[in-house]
Design a protein around this ligand. Sequence first.
Ligand SMILES: Cc1cc2nc3c(=O)[nH]c(=O)nc-3n(C[C@H](O)[C@H](O)[C@H](O)COP(=O)(O)O)c2cc1C
Length: 197
Amino acid sequence: MPEFETADLTERERARIVKTAVSPRPIAWVGTTSPDGVDNLAPYSSYNYVSSAEPVVVFNSPNADHGGLKDSARNALDTEEFTVSVVTEPLLETMDATAERLGPEESEFDAFDVERAPSKTVTPPRVADALVSMECTLHDAVEVHDRLMVLGDVTRFHVADDALVDGKIDSQNVPTVGRLGGPFYTASTPLPFERQN
Ligand SMILES: Cc1cc2nc3c(=O)[nH]c(=O)nc-3n(C[C@H](O)[C@H](O)[C@H](O)COP(=O)(O)O)c2cc1C
């Protein structure tokens, strides 16, 4: 089996392996509001949760010294608030469209006709059609090489009735979409699995 020393690969080659190996990645549809009041929306798949009992989620953007912070990260730092809407299959195309780089004065909610749902504990809106969304306040921001990790404490969850079975959220009713390496998404089909231990 071929092996590759990281130092012998170009940045592009490393990224291709990392993004294919670390997949499928969940997609955070990050909502923020700029200090000027513009609602921003963009997808981030360098995303995960860090802790669940006291829920913290993280998304990553290039840092200020490497191409400049993207709007989502800058707004999250400036206002200390963001939302995450969960992307399910019916939302895939619209989510992908909102990755377009619009100026900070333009709202992707308006440009791509995404209906807003108001948040209760933070200013940024959520995606009204998302089955699950979270309101977050800035926990910390940590630089790792050319990236900025934006960590948020989840202050409120919104879960649609359709996502619940017997009052509990159920993966079978939340058809999340993941990102693979290259030009691929993947749809989730839950595989029932009885754990032995
Ligand atoms: C599915 C998907 C996942 C993405 N994940 C990331 C990511 O993790 N980090 C990143 O910097 N950009 C990511 N992008 C690109 C951003 O969405 C894109 O640069 C967007 O214009 C950023 O918007 P903003 O400046 O409004 O935050 C992703 C794009 C797509 C379509």
